[in-house]
Design a protein around this ligand. Structure first.
Ligand SMILES: Cc1ncc(COP(=O)(O)O)c(C=O)c1O
Length: 377
């Protein structure tokens, strides 16, 4: 599914040197290794502030809390994402309100969000938290319109989308604040847990910085209840090295995705969708958006049987995500039930992520597509 060693081998010495400098400086938490990464990331993304933190989950919480979202506030998000998109809202003390997804991109559907905003809600809605799922930005034109119309905050869950763009603006520079994850499987990855908050607001950045370090502006003077959400120096140093390569890696992912499209079409398996019939619905890149293909996700009707067939042939695949968030045991208290979000539920039954990473070879992709063709025949 993902061979991280292929990325590591050519960077081996550069990474060892970077880690060595942190050891020499004995600066293990925040400090210059993290500050240098923050400056480079902010400049690359075209955003005023980037703040390194301990994980993508903490980045989401920090972004929400620093934007002033808390108890008594509602935040609209998607039921089709990793658990943290919703749990971070709860962690901030706010109430997640869900809206269904678009069947073609799997991203939060702005029309469904608009319907939620117009309907009576148990709490006032203060923010929308769209997720740039699989590496493609949510429809930011539509969400910006809703932001203005309803006077809301927009927080990006950009955990899967470092380098993605919407109409020429990079993920991380679109919303009031954004959260990134550098979990080792992400397209920009640390050597452990790490994340980042970005924002163009000086006030929000200052507040996030304070909350990241137990609510301290001055050492041992606590203005608010923050948390320990700091980034390690080692992660900052490693990420600074990888930042130099991320554009090339994202470009290589785009090539891999294009090759999959071509191979599936040549094999006569591609269907126009949005739902699968006998074959495979290929993932769709929206006009004006730059997808970074964190995942290459097909839709297919007999998904579980196909996955078992691929596993037998030692071909990796994954289901992101098998259970929509409104049907998770831990989120029962939100009061949703099966049937509330039919697009998310259908996607959870049909999606299958195929191997994709910058170093994936064409012959390996041919093997994957040949196996899917064999199963479908
Ligand atoms: C969409 C999304 N949001 C949030 C997160 C949380 O990031 P982390 O695992 O770094 O805490 C992830 C990563 O798993 C993710 O995919």
């Amino acid at each position: 599914m993902l061979d991280l060693k292929r990325q590591y081998r050519p960077l081996h010495q550069e990474l060892l040197d970077a880690v060595g400098h942190v050891l020499e400086a004995q600066q293990f938490i925040l400090g210059e290794p993290v500050a240098a990464f923050e400056r480079a990331a902010a400049s690359q993304l075209g955003v005023a502030h980037a703040l390194g933190c301990s994980s993508g989950t903490d980045a989401l919480w920090l972004a929400l809390a620093a934007a002033g979202i808390g108890p008594g506030d509602g935040v609209v998000t998607t039921p089709f994402s990793f658990f943290a998109s919703v749990s971070a809202i709860l962690r901030a003390g706010a109430r997640p309100v869900l809206a269904d997804i678009e069947p073609t991109t799997f991203n939060l559907d702005s029309e469904a969000v608009q319907a939620v905003l117009k309907a009576p809600q148990p709490v006032p809605i203060r923010a929308i938290l769209p997720v740039h799922l699989y590496g493609q930005c949510a429809d930011w034109t539509a969400f910006s319109r809703l932001e203005r119309k309803f006077g809301l905050k927009l927080i990006e869950d950009a955990a899967q989308a470092y380098g993605a763009e919407w109409k020429g603006t990079k993920a991380g520079a679109l919303g009031d604040a954004a959260a990134f994850s550098f979990y080792p499987t992400k397209n920009l990855s640390a050597a452990g847990d790490a994340g980042m908050v970005t924002t163009n607001s000086d006030d929000l950045a200052e507040r996030a910085k304070m909350l990241r370090q137990h609510g301290m502006r001055r050492r041992y003077y606590h203005d608010e209840i923050g948390w320990n959400a700091r980034m390690d120096g080692f992660q900052g140093a490693i990420l600074s090295v990888k930042l130099k390569y991320i554009d090339g890696w994202n470009q290589a992912r785009r090539t891999v995705a294009r090759r999959y499209h071509a191979l599936f079409r040549e094999a006569g398996l591609a269907e126009s969708g949005p739902y699968p019939f006998h074959g495979v619905v290929l993932p769709h890149e929206v006009a004006g958006s730059k997808h970074v293909w964190h995942q290459y996700v097909i839709r297919t009707a007999r998904r579980d049987a196909l996955r078992a067939f691929l596993t037998e042939r030692r071909i990796g695949s994954e289901i992101y995500y098998p259970v929509p968030l409104h049907m998770q045991e831990a989120l029962k208290s939100l009061g949703y039930k099966e049937g509330d979000f039919p697009e998310a539920e259908r996607a959870a039954r049909e999606v299958l992520a195929l191997p994709i990473f910058p170093e994936l070879r064409e012959d390996e992709q041919q093997t994957v597509v040949a196996a899917v063709a064999e199963f479908l025949s």
